[in-house]
Design a protein. Structure first.
Length: 440
């Protein structure tokens, strides 16, 4: 089927072979996305526990950032293997393995007595987390018509941000109410719950819509899948859109937002937590808006992505360059509201990669795309930690690393945009011709 129709109007007719959607699709997809919801709670739990982790394990800023860097390093490194696994094994098997791994990782983090064992637990968590989002994207493409693709993807991202909201509101209170071990161990129960739901209710695809078998042919087959996906300009453009848009909010929410607001801006933990919550709420609202816009107006993808990058850069520059010791509250509110657009904008990367690849490469292409933002986040987390230690805690210098990565990403987006658009038009024309000749 033509993936380019995924960004057409929601009133477009269904393509031949499209899944039917409906209530059954919503039920199955909801079970799958609940796994992603829990994975994001576990992934972002360190964001509200950064200062506590530094005290618990007696580490400095660089060592603290290593927690998130290692977690994201594992996550990013697993994206292509996971994409291949999803293409080969299906959603349910990959999600099952992911749930088991990230639940063990969260539980291990709760009881870790040393910095080393805590690092190992976060790595295990990152490995399981890596298996969730691509699987949920594939689940959506198997159960919903292609024209629903952008909205379904944005809704998945919205549910993930709801998991982030649980971290900032619920887990933070548990942490300071019942303590480190009880908070993290108690949260791991959510992993067991979604595992049971998934084993009972999840199906890879609706009846009558079984995918064509694509037998695994060893290492050569894997290399061809990766190479074919990478050759598509749309895949590479999707990666760089994801790279450039996602990381400012990810770095802020995952680790450095709370220390920045408390130590550099002089806010209380409660007020800082409210601002982190604003990022999440803004993300959820903007995700709904971006999803509707992209579903109805195919050409809006790149302007939305570029507009988000430029807006983020301008507001970050204003915050860091503010002449007084602390930026005013109104500017911090604007910063957090604008950061909320980063997640929805990163989802647009998948809307470039999806039309560029046939169904048998969707998992691989999504894995390549999803690497972008997490590589950028990992790099920035490390840079901020090192620069904080090197400058004696200057957040202005440390967060300037954001602009370097944005400049790199923008240059690549502008370089690839024309070739990706040309190739997508060619595929769209070919798909329309093929659809016309489908036998009745």
């Amino acid at each position: 089927m033509s993936s380019s129709s995924s960004s057409s109007s929601s009133s477009s007719p269904a393509l031949p072979g499209d899944p039917p959607g409906g209530r059954r699709a919503v039920t199955v997809w909801s079970v799958g996305v609940s796994v992603y919801f829990v994975a994001v709670i576990f992934r972002t739990s360190l964001g509200v526990a950064g200062l506590d982790a530094a005290d618990r394990f007696h580490v400095n800023a660089s060592a603290l950032s290593t927690f998130s860097i290692l977690q994201l390093l594992v996550y990013a490194g697993m994206q292509i293997p996971v994409g291949l696994m999803v293409d080969r094994l299906g959603t349910k098997k990959v999600l099952t393995l992911g749930v088991v791994l990230f639940t063990i990782g969260q539980l291990g983090f709760a009881f870790s007595p040393t910095y080393g064992t805590a690092l190992a637990s976060r790595a295990l968590l990152g490995c399981g987390d890596a298996m969730t989002f691509i699987s949920v994207l594939r689940l959506g493409s198997r159960w919903f018509p292609a024209r629903r693709g952008p909205m379904v993807a944005q809704l998945a991202g919205l549910v993930g941000m709801a998991g982030n909201l649980v971290s900032t509101l619920v887990l933070a209170r548990l942490l300071h109410g019942v303590g480190w071990t009880a908070a993290f161990a108690g949260s791991s129960v959510a992993g067991v719950v979604v595992l049971v739901l998934m084993l009972v209710f999840l199906k890879d695809h609706p009846e009558g819509h079984e995918p064509e078998p694509f037998p695994h042919r060893g290492a050569a087959y894997v290399r061809r899948q990766i190479a074919a996906s990478w050759r598509e300009p749309g895949t590479r453009l999707g990666l760089w859109v994801h790279f450039t848009t996602q990381f400012p909010a990810m770095v802020f929410l995952l680790l450095w937002g709370l220390p920045f607001l408390v130590e550099a801006q002089g806010l209380s933990r409660a007020t800082a937590g409210e601002l982190l919550t604003l990022v999440v709420l803004s993300n959820m609202l903007i995700g709904l808006v971006y999803g509707q816009i992209v579903a109805r107006h195919h050409a809006a993808r790149l302007p939305l992505a570029l507009g988000t990058v430029l807006s983020t850069a301008v507001v970050w520059a204003a915050t860091l360059a503010w002449p007084a010791d602390h930026a005013p509250m109104w500017l911090l509110v604007v910063l957090c509201a604008v950061l909320g657009a980063c997640g929805p904008a990163s989802m647009i990367g998948f809307d470039f990669a999806r039309p560029a690849n046939p169904p048998e490469r969707q998992g691989t292409a999504s894995g390549i795309t999803n690497m972008g933002g997490f590589v950028a986040s990992m790099t920035t987390l490390f840079a901020v930690g090192v620069l904080l230690d090197a400058t004696g805690g200057s957040y202005t210098v440390a967060f300037s690393a954001v602009f370097v990565l944005q400049a790199l990403g923008l240059s690549q987006i502008l370089r690839l945009r024309r070739s990706a658009a040309r190739r997508e038009r060619e595929r769209s024309v070919a798909s329309r011709v093929e659809t016309v000749h489908v036998p009745a």
